[in-house]
Design a protein around this ligand. Sequence first.
Ligand code: SF4
Ligand code: SF4
Length: 203
Amino acid sequence: MNWFIKGIRMGVKTEDDYHHETKWPSRLTRVKGGEITCPTDAIGEEWKQERCIFCRACEPVFSPTGETLTPRVERSDVTFKRSFYLYPLDAGSCGGCNLELRLISSPQYDMTRFGIFFTNTPKHADALLIMGNLGKRMEEVIRRAYDVIPSPKLVILLGTCAISGGVTGIPPDIRGDVIVPGCPPTPASILDALIKAKGGDRK
Ligand code: SF4
Ligand code: SF4
């Protein structure tokens, strides 16, 4: 039984506006002066969102804004307007990004209503979605997955680790078309990025 029928029987409701439930901040702002030791060097001249793991070690000098939607979409493609298949690749994650990504298929967020789907094979995918801190040995795996995805294709970097190497990894030598910061990013943030990447339409 698919979740839709099961959901109706159980009284589960998909959110019309899925943004208002997410409170986890994806942005910080400086509220007072002072020295900070940041484990990821996210704080220099300015705060670098893509390096921040939200450990909160910089509080109270930096404070969360509560703003959750912070993805950057460098390239979108209307080819994917009707359907957009993602091949998720875990390249050494802690599991956090996987959990949040999984949630976009839940009844609450229901990515399928926006024409977004997962696939288990890169040959059927439109986008490679990478999570984790990309250890050296994953480089070839990523390359092989990328090569068999038919063109046009997008690369999505999900979470601080995939974007910047996080605490233990190395910054990946991969150009991301879609960057979704956060540690982990919120499901709302992920969904917004994917909707924009597939051509910008909400439906
Ligand atoms: S929350 Fe942690 S990682 Fe982010 S800027 Fe503050 S100290 Fe650095
Ligand atoms: S970005 Fe954060 S949640 Fe995602 S894999 Fe890295 S440590 Fe885990």
